[in-house]
Design a protein around this ligand. Sequence first.
Ligand code: SLL
Length: 146
Amino acid sequence: ATGESSDALSKPFVIGSIATWLGKKAEESRSHEWTIYLRAANPEEDLSLIVRKVVFVLHPTLQPPTRTIETAPFEVTDQGWGEFEVTLQVYFHDSRDKPIELSHMLKLYPPGEQVNIAGKPVVAERYDEFVFNSPSEGLRQRLLTE
Ligand code: SLL
């Protein structure tokens, strides 16, 4: 009757970035193109069933420094020259679930190098999961439709 269930729900996700060197002809301040993303760990799942929006807070040298993404895929692509820490504020459909903050270090260079000699895309990602200890019936239903 309360609309609650005692079974916790978890949703594994991946937060990460992929960066590509744009080559010698690129402007110095825009030497790399990168994408920062939040997605379900299972590529067949749609994170937007539980995530309402993601606010990406970038380095203040990016214009605009804050990007709000309200539909999947929850990602931001831009160009720049430097690595920095990104904050992602994740908002859920269920208003009882407080927004959470994730952070991600944007990597442009292979580990231990100051330049990307190989020119291969540089990927930095980690797995984690959202856990809802008392998921609402609405959330439960949305996840059941998968
Ligand atoms: C630092 N890690 O601590 C550096 C900041 C900021 C990079 C790097 C912006 C692009 C542009 C950009 O790449 N910023 O300037 O057009 O100082």
